[in-house]
Design a protein. Structure first.
Lengths: 517, 334, 286, 334
């Protein structure tokens, strides 16, 4: 048995107990002995690097993946779910890391998909459903969407909230949340925490996965760290510190990170400038104007739904822009498709890697080279050796954790998938890189690596436009932050003036102006 | 620390906007239909005569009934290529019952309906069960069933046509109420029922859900198997009903009828705006799609085109109809 | 105006036989000039509905006569009864309506057309003569369930019985050249001792002859049906022993003539007005 | 995204482990083929005779050529229902050229090939362009083309069969090399080329990519339009080649040939393990799929089944073949 288990304190009367759970996928060991116990009414943090096995463990718990060995007991009885249905019947409810929504059904239907309210004839009580969905959404602070909208219309953050609302609809004994806050802003996060507190008081046990240690300390009663599929430690929250957890996660002391001590590497040349640039969704005639300089890291802050993603998509010509000018190196450039944008030296790391970034059922190498096939082919013939070499090189640069370049991208953990998307664009050697939530779902260690990488790229003269919902991320990374609100740039702050208060003030200003009339 | 958000209150006006959009979406193909009707009304003599309209309605009926069932299957992301063969199989089984001597008309017709619908349900069940249990694409399973049902129909009848049905049954097939064929009214009732089931019941919503994201529905604790089997079985039941209508109209049951009917039914569904990948669409669209196909077939004959040109033009119009729908969609989206 | 209107209901026009028939009728209409011809066909051979629709449309339009080559000998009985009840003169040609079905429906309708069964028997007999008693033959059938296919098969069987031939196998190739080619070459593998082939139409005979070419078996004799132009070279080369001509191009015009005579007040047609059939052999094309 | 043991296997990579898996995946349907062959070898007399084998190979050829093109289309998530009609159209166009008097055989055959392939390419291009440009499902577009091409073939020939091709061209159609039909060798060469293009070139890689995730490929800077049009055009070119083979074999070109051929081609592709939703599969699988269909058609006749039972059993075996494949997949995954 694993020596690390010494660190696991026993719980007097555990509700859920996992003992030495193991699971391998072909050659990859995803779980190499997880032991864990959760008390009733406890919020149990589950943390670990990307690929540590958190999501796999959760899939075991909810009957999607069958463990190779190990035992689980729930309220003292053996528990071995075969299907998600079994798990639900036993009172386990899960919010998965990857989205599981029905895009063309309404928000309300999505929330109630497990038990659509029905009359005796099986007819959906639509009004009832909509009202209750409204209440449920209000409860988690999602007020600005109509429950009758198809989910298709929602941005990624709103989708996450809809999933949380869905999980809260059914009474459960154990609620499992796999990185629910990765796409949320603090307002929703706090609401979520309040709800979790409430559930805790009612005796529901909660397993909470997050890469944000501050959240873990704020919310959890106990925390378990997984590393390489094993339980490393399991502690009462009061008995540990962030540093200790980080050390447990990465197996060593993380270099004291990332402060942007060196000055900006921004140079005077403007590589990209927008003049009254307007896309189809933009309500403002005068559009958006700003300059991006060579070697600059320019951040865009804003509330969820402020139009940041749409701006990046328009720059990349993923949707054709309506009007205005986009200048590349001072010359107007008419970009009509992503192809044009890429030819103009622009790369785009999208926020939704599953829908837009990756081809999950194709090999990692194929994903990495997808935008630079010309470099790994001669006369239209693929050079698979070059392709694998490129993948291995970038994989090493990004500390990608993967089985091999020929493995499907679907076999990677969420954070590692994100790195593959980054690798795809780095392989292209762009001069401008648009990053939309570049560290969504990325663990602390990898995040530091990505930050360092971004900075290195900037030093080499790459211009970066970074959208992020994490202010600390923008503040460590950027030379300048623009704040967007209601599809407008409402403020711009040089590094010297960075402060959360200022950014938030700008963000709300726009909101108020908009709702004022 | 992350950004906070000041949320505007929900806009209650959004709902009517949505149903308006929904209406427009169905109206899209409606526009193509209206254009077609106008065209034929202006260019041919008898097109809008009451007689011709009831002809068209009669001619639409069987395809419409098949297409209703097909809508269920396509909504869950499946396809059913076997409906044409199943029609023949159901018809010969139903026809055999119908010609059993010494039964009263009522007995004969009820038993025959039971037999035809039961046969259809059974074949449909098999389609659904095999594809769901083995996780096989329904395309290939129903392609198999296409051959099985046809072979079975030929085998049980030894390729002979069954005929001599009760005269009153046959009369029913051409009966009219105020110039509207009764069989068409039956089809219309089936449309209404299907619409209700699909849009108002839990069952229907889950079918849409499966077409949207199977995995999500499974994770929500539903048995995919049940719903998939149900969709295919419903398609089979409708084939059985269509077989009865066929017999009432043509007064025969032959093992070689229905060849290629599946393509017409699928065309009606897709022209009607239901997405082939599932999860989106409506049976009202299917009704309009079936009307387009029927109006086209009838109108082009009245228009006096040669058979060959007629076939060519039919192809062109099918494509144009969906282009018009798409075009409208683009316009309304902008 | 007031020329009588004749509604001609045909089968699928997508083959030489019916195409010739239609052209014959159109030429005839132009030549006589005293009636208006409206013709409709169907999508494919089993598309009974479009014939039914066609008849219904003609009743709606109030034509004076309907001249029909029924796609199915039973399905068309009821609508034609309706047409007659509506005072329309109906003439049935090409394929005869089923006697029993007619009787059941109380329909008394003459048939103007060839004897498919007799024709097939003629073809079969010429093969029997070439092979002699005990000759081993196979039949390539038309579409199962199609009336003319059934008639022709019966005719072949009549000839087999009369000529004391030995029937090894009988399979459908759905009237199609390619399928006949595949099916027959496989039959030949199973029965290398085949001496003669009776194909229910010439398209299939062509497929059979190609299979014989490929297998290097010029000894096997083939007969077909329809006398389409594509078999003329094969007849000439002696690869096709015989085929049967039903004079399709005249058949429709004959039927129209008869219908117009009745419309014009002539006597009602009775029974079976047989039209010509002729066995066509190598001698005829030289 | 849910990961489970049945994760799709990578298809477009050279990593040895993966190509081993690829082999197994193809071997899956290979097992069904071997079982079928064994069965017929044991139960019938002439099945494995050289003559019969070359018969089977000849009989497979046209379907195989069509199925190769279909593989390209299905890999990008499309479908082509028009290949049967296009075959007729290409054949009558090619046949008309072939019978132009006063051309040398060489001229006639080259021009005819050009004409047939050009016609196929044009129809295929239209299929691809219309569906890509308007964003329409290829199912409905090619259903339109099915009618258009058939109507056009009938119209240009006035429903008449074209015949009397140059004797040497005709001889070529039944030529053998060591008992293997030359036309089959051509088909095999086409399989090899298609395999190479699909698995070794950038073009092929992107076709797989589009089948998996169109949006990701588009955002990686590739023009979807180009690749989609290319896939359909390739399918059209192969139809043109198939039409030439048809004429060489049967020495006629008729506007009514090829009805229903699309279903056989699609069946070969799917039985061969290519996913109907695109992105997964291989042309080697298609070859095996076409073999299964051909062996079945031939073997069941030798086995002496009646036509009707044959059709029924064909349906059953099609389904069994894919079930065996699935079963093996489950076993090897566990
Ligand atoms: N179906 C699968 N096939 C092969 N390997 C898999 C599969 N599912 C997961 N893995 C592997 O198992 C390991 C654990 O993955 P898991 O998704 O549980 O990580 P995680 O801790 O949730 O990471 P993240 O924080 O990035 O979400 C990873 O190495 C992953 O590549
Ligand atoms: N198809 C659509 N229909 C209606 N509203 C839409 C549609 N697409 C986007 N929106 C809305 O437009 C707004 C801007 O979305 P966008 O994704 O650009 O925001 P963002 O600032 O990037 O926020 P996020 O943090 O969610 O990425 C959001 O309110 C979103 O819900
Ligand atoms: Mg995870
Ligand atoms: Mg965004």
């Amino acid at each position: 048995m694993n020596t690390n288990l010494a660190h696991v304190d026993s719980v007097a009367q555990p509700l859920l107990e996992l003992h030495d759970i193991r699971k391998r996928f072909g050659g990859t060991v995803a779980l190499a002995g997880v032991t864990l116990s959760v008390a009733p009414g406890e919020v149990h943090g589950l943390i670990g690097e990307n690929g540590a096995g958190k999501s796999t463990l959760i899939k075991v718990l909810c009957g999607i993946v069958k463990p190779d060995s190990g035992a689980i007991t729930l309220a003292g009885e053996a528990y071995a779910p075969h299907t998600p249905r079994d798990a639900k019947a036993r009172g386990l409810q899960v919010v998965h890391q990857e989205f599981n929504l029905l895009p063309f059904l309404s928000v309300a239907e999505n929330i109630f998909i497990e038990h659509l309210p029905r009359n005796a004839l099986g007819v959906v009580k639509r009004r009832d459903m909509n009202t209750r969905a409204r209440t449920a959404l209000d409860a988690i602070g999602l007020k600005d969407i109509d429950v009758r909208w198809p989910v298709e219309r929602l941005g990624i953050a709103h989708r996450q909230l809809v999933e949380v609302a869905r999980a809260l609809m059914t009474e459960s004994r154990v609620l499992i949340l796999d990185e629910p806050t990765a796409t949320l802003t603090s307002r929703e996060t706090e609401r979520l925490f309040a709800i979790i507190d409430d559930l805790r008081r009612r005796g529901v046990s909660i397993i909470f996965v997050s890469h944000h240690l501050d959240e873990v300390f704020k919310l959890c009663d106990r925390v378990t760290v997984l590393r390489n599929g094993e339980t490393v430690t399991s502690r009462r929250i009061g008995e540990t510190t962030q540093d200790e957890l980080v050390r447990a996660m990465v197996g060593q002391q993380l270099q004291k990170e990332m402060t942007h001590s060196i000055g900006s590497s921004a140079r005077s040349e403007t590589v990209l400038s927008l003049v009254n640039f307007r896309h189809a969704q933009s309500p403002h005639e005068d559009g958006i104007s700003f300059d991006l300089h060579k070697g600059e890291i320019l951040g865009i802050a804003g509330l969820v739904g402020s139009g940041r993603t749409e701006l990046l998509r328009a720059i990349f010509a993923a949707e054709p822009p309506l009007s205005g000018t986009l200048m590349r190196d001072g010359k107007p450039a008419a970009l009509r498709s992503p192809r044009d944008a890429i030819r103009a030296g622009i790369g785009f790391v999208t926020e939704d890697r599953k829908e837009e970034g990756l081809i999950l059922s194709m090999p990692i190498a194929a994903n990495v080279t997808m935008a630079s096939l010309a470099d790994v082919s001669r006369a239209g013939l693929l050079d698979q050796r070059a392709e694998n070499a490129l993948t291995e090189k970038l994989g090493a640069d990004l500390k990608l954790k993967y089985g091999g370049p020929g493995k499907n991208a679907a076999t990677l953990s969420g954070g590692n998938q994100q790195k593959v998307v980054l690798a795809k664009w780095l392989a292209r050697k762009p001069e401008i890189l648009l990053l939309d939530e570049p560290t969504r779902g990325v663990d602390v260690g990898a995040k530091a690596e990505i930050y360092a990488l971004i900075r290195r790229l900037a030093e080499r003269g790459l211009a970066l436009l970074v959208v992020s919902s994490e202010l600390p991320e923008l503040m460590t990374l950027c030379d300048r932050i623009m704040v967007m609100s209601q599809h407008r740039i409402v403020g711009s702050l040089p590094r010297a003036e960075f402060s959360e208060e200022k950014i938030l003030t700008y963000a709300y200003q726009g909101e108020k102006r908009q709702t004022g009339h | 620390m992350q950004l906070d958000e000041n949320l505007p209150t929900a806009t209650a006006t959004a709902a009517p906007a949505v149903s308006m959009k929904l209406l427009l979406r169905d109206a899209g193909i409606g526009i193509a239909l209206v254009l077609l009707i106008l065209f034929f009304a202006l260019t041919t003599d008898h097109f809008l005569s009451p007689n011709n309209i009831s002809n068209i309605l009669t001619q639409i009926t069987i395809n419409l009934i098949l297409a209703i069932g097909m809508t269920f299957v396509i909504l869950i992301g499946g396809i059913d290529l076997s409906v044409g063969s199943m029609l023949a199989f159901c018809a010969v089984v139903g026809g055999s019952v119908l010609t059993i001597p010494d039964l009263s008309v009522f007995q004969a017709v009820s038993l025959a309906t039971l037999a035809a619908v039961g046969t259809g349900a059974l074949c449909g069940f098999l389609n659904g069960w095999i594809s769901a249990f083995w996780g096989l694409p329904s395309f290939i399973v129903t392609l198999g069933m296409l051959n099985i049902a046809r072979g079975a129909a030929l085998q049980v009848t030894d390729a002979r046509t069954i005929y001599s049905f009760p005269p009153s049954f046959n009369a029913f097939g051409s009966q009219m109420i105020y110039g509207v064929p009764v069989v068409f009214l039956i089809a219309l009732a089936l449309v209404a029922i299907a619409w209700f089931v699909l849009s108002k019941t839990v069952f229907g919503r889950l079918l849409y859900g499966i077409g949207n994201n199977e995995e999500a529905v499974r994770l929500a604790g539903h048995s995919l198997m049940t719903y998939k089997i149900a969709a295919f079985t419903i398609a089979g039941v409708l084939v059985g009903i269509a077989a009865m209508v066929y017999m009432a109209r043509l007064n025969i049951a032959s093992p070689i009828i229905g060849i290629g009917f599946e393509l017409n039914a699928i065309a009606a569904v897709i022209i009607g705006g239901t997405s082939l990948s599932g999860g989106r669409g409506s049976v009202i669209g299917t009704l309009l799609g079936a009307c387009i196909i029927g109006v086209l077939a009838n109108g082009l004959i009245l228009f006096g085109l040669s058979d060959f040109m007629r076939q060519l033009i039919t192809g062109v119009v099918i494509i144009l109809a969906v282009i018009i729908d798409k075009y409208r969609e683009r316009i309304t989206a902008a | 105006a007031d020329k009588p209107v004749v509604g001609l209901v045909m089968k699928s026009l997508a083959n030489d036989f019916f195409k010739n028939m239609l052209e014959g009728a159109e030429a005839h209409a132009k030549k006589r000039g005293d009636y208006e011809l409206k013709a409709i066909g169907m999508q494919n051979e089993t598309d009974f509905e479009s014939q039914l629709n066609g008849v219904e449309n003609f009743i709606t339009q109030g034509v004076d006569a309907i001249v029909i080559a029924p796609a199915d000998s039973r399905a068309m009985v009821a609508p034609l009864k309706k047409a007659i009840d509506a005072g329309i003169t109906v003439v049935n040609f090409d394929v005869s309506l089923d006697e029993q079905a007619k009787k059941d429906a109380g329909l008394d309708l003459a048939f103007v057309g060839p004897d498919n069964r007799g024709g097939a028997k003629l073809a079969g007999e010429s093969l029997a003569k070439a092979l002699g008693e005990g000759g081993k033959v196979v039949i390539i059938e038309g579409n199962p369930g199609a009336d003319n296919a059934a008639q022709r098969k019966l005719g072949f069987e009549d000839a087999i019985a009369a000529g004391k031939l030995n029937l090894l196998d009988s399979r459908t190739a759905h009237w199609e050249t390619e399928e006949a080619n595949s099916v027959f070459s496989t039959m030949l593998t199973a029965h290398p001792d085949i001496q003669g082939v009776m194909a229910a139409n010439d398209s299939m005979a062509i497929g059979v002859i190609k299979a014989l070419d490929a297998a290097g078996r010029p000894d096997i004799k083939v007969v077909g049906f329809d006398n389409v132009s594509a078999v003329q070279p094969l007849l000439k080369e002696g690869k096709l022993l015989a085929t049967v001509d039903q004079f399709g191009s005249q058949m429709a015009s004959d039927a129209i003539d008869k219908a117009l005579a009745v419309v014009g007040g002539g006597p009602k047609l009775e029974g079976w007005v047989k039209t010509d059939i002729k066995l066509v052999t190598t001698d005829d094309v030289k």
